[in-house]
Design a protein around this ligand. Structure first.
Ligand SMILES: C[S@@+](CC[C@H](N)C(=O)[O-])C[C@H]1O[C@@H](n2cnc3c(N)ncnc32)[C@H](O)[C@@H]1O
Length: 213
C-alpha cells in the first residue's frame, strides 16, 4: 500500500481522530475531552499546526482540527499523541457538516489558515468564508465568536472583506501584509505548512479577523 493510503487507513484508528456519522463524532468528542472547556476550531487544518500550537499555549481550552482529508490530519494527530496533547482532537469531515456534529452553539473561535482560494466563479461556493459556511458557523458558534482567516490569495482576502460587509459581521482587524503590520504577534505568528511555502515564494500574507454578531 502506498504511503498516503497507509495514512488514510491508520488515521481512522487513532484515539484522537473522529469520523463517520455526525452523532457518533459528537459522542466521541464528549467522551474524549470529558470537560466543558471552551472550544476552538481550525478548519481545513491540513497538518493541524494551529490546533497543536494553540492547544499547547492554552491548556484551559479544547481544540479541534477539521479537514476532509484524513491523510493530512494524520500528521497532526500523530504529533499530538507523541507530545501527549490531550486538549486537541481532529475530525475528518467537510466543514459544511459541522452543525450536524455540534448541534448547539459551543465554539468560541474559528481559525481558517490558508484555505483553498477557489478562484473560479463556479467554485466560489466552496470558499470557507462563503455565506453558506458562515450560516453553519452561526449555528455552532457562541455569541461574538471570532473568525480568523489567513491567506496569500488577494482574491480571497477581498472576497472575505466583501462577505463580512454584506453579511453584517463585525470587522475586528484586517491587513494585506501581516508581517509588516502590528497585527503580527501572538497567535498570528503560528505558521502552517502552506504559510511557510508562501513566505518562501515571497508572497505577502493577508489576515482578516471578524466577529459574529
Ligand atoms: C490549502 S490547504 C491548507 C492546509 C493548512 N491549513 C495549511 O495552511 O497548511 C487547504 C485544506 O483545506 C481542506 N479543505 C478544503 N475544503 C474543505 C472543506 N469544505 N471542509 C474541510 N476541509 C476542507 C483541504 O483538504 C486542505 O487540507
Amino acid at each position: 500500500m502506498r504511503r498516503k493510503g497507509r495514512k488514510q487507513k491508520e488515521v481512522r484508528t487513532l484515539p484522537n481522530v473522529f469520523h463517520g456519522k455526525p452523532e457518533e463524532i459528537s459522542d466521541s468528542l464528549v467522551k474524549y475531552f470529558r470537560n466543558e472547556k471552551p472550544l476552538v476550531l481550525e478548519l481545513g487544518c491540513g497538518n493541524g499546526e494551529y490546533t497543536l500550537a494553540l492547544a499547547q499555549k492554552f491548556p484551559d481550552k479544547n481544540f479541534v482540527g477539521v479537514d476532509l482529508k484524513g491523510s493530512r490530519i494524520w500528521t497532526g494527530a500523530k504529533k499530538a499523541l507523541a507530545l501527549s496533547i490531550t486538549n486537541a482532537a481532529f475530525i475528518i469531515t467537510k466543514a459544511d457538516r459541522l452543525h450536524l456534529i455540534f448541534n448547539k452553539p459551543v465554539v468560541e473561535e474559528i481559525w481558517i489558515p490558508f484555505p483553498n482560494p477557489f478562484p473560479l466563479r463556479k467554485s466560489i461556493k466552496q470558499r470557507l468564508v462563503h455565506k453558506r459556511f458562515l450560516d453553519v458557523y452561526g449555528k455552532i458558534c457562541l455569541q461574538e465568536a471570532k473568525i480568523h482567516l489567513k491567506t496569500d490569495a488577494e482574491i480571497l482576502y477581498q472576497y472575505a472583506l466583501t462577505v463580512i460587509e454584506e453579511e453584517k459581521l463585525i470587522l475586528v482587524a484586517a491587513t494585506d501584509d501581516l508581517y509588516s503590520s502590528d497585527l503580527y504577534k501572538e497567535e498570528n505568528t503560528i505558521q502552517t505548512k502552506y504559510e511557510q511555502q508562501h513566505i518562501k515564494d515571497g508572497k505577502s500574507i493577508k489576515y482578516v479577523c471578524s466577529r459574529l454578531q
